[in-house]
Design a protein around this ligand. Structure first.
Ligand SMILES: [Fe+2]
Ligand SMILES: [Fe+2]
Length: 137
């Protein structure tokens, strides 16, 4: 079994270089978590990995929100709300894990992350990037 949950492919690209770079880093983080999950790593390793994802995710959302504000993106509020909701559900999954819930390769954390990668990047982030780029052009 391979340790990769998400194979990076160009369909994830949104066309804004700095954000694409961060998406790549985040997908790497998620794959690392997945590898540790199937490798049954120690809880301390998993906790560290989850913490890294959380920090990168938060920084990424802040940068993306800055880009949206700068370009007066009209769906800013709705997009920011998606970020907040995501961070909330990720935090909840993380807390359950830290409070002793079992974590396995089929767990809510991965489902939650998958949803973010598949749904948010490929729909909301892409839509935002297209509108922002149209303004710049
Ligand atoms: Fe993003
Ligand atoms: Fe976003």
């Amino acid at each position: 079994m391979t340790g990769t949950l998400f194979e990076w492919n160009d369909s994830f690209l949104i066309g804004i270089e700095e954000l694409d770079h961060e998406h790549k880093v985040l997908i790497d983080d998620i794959n690392k978590l997945h590898e540790e999950l199937i490798g049954n790593e120690k809880k301390s390793e998993l906790t560290k990995c989850l913490g890294e994802i959380y920090v990168h995710m938060q920084a990424h959302f802040a940068l993306e929100e800055h880009v949206m504000k700068k370009h007066e993106y009209e769906f800013f509020d709705e997009h920011k709300r998606e970020h907040e909701e995501f961070l909330e559900s990720f935090t909840e999954c993380m807390m359950q894990f830290l409070n002793g819930a079992e974590i396995s390769s089929k767990n809510p954390i991965e489902e939650c992350l998958k949803q973010w990668v598949v749904d948010h990047i490929t729909t909301s982030d892409k839509k935002m990037a297209l509108m922002v780029q149209a303004k710049v052009a």
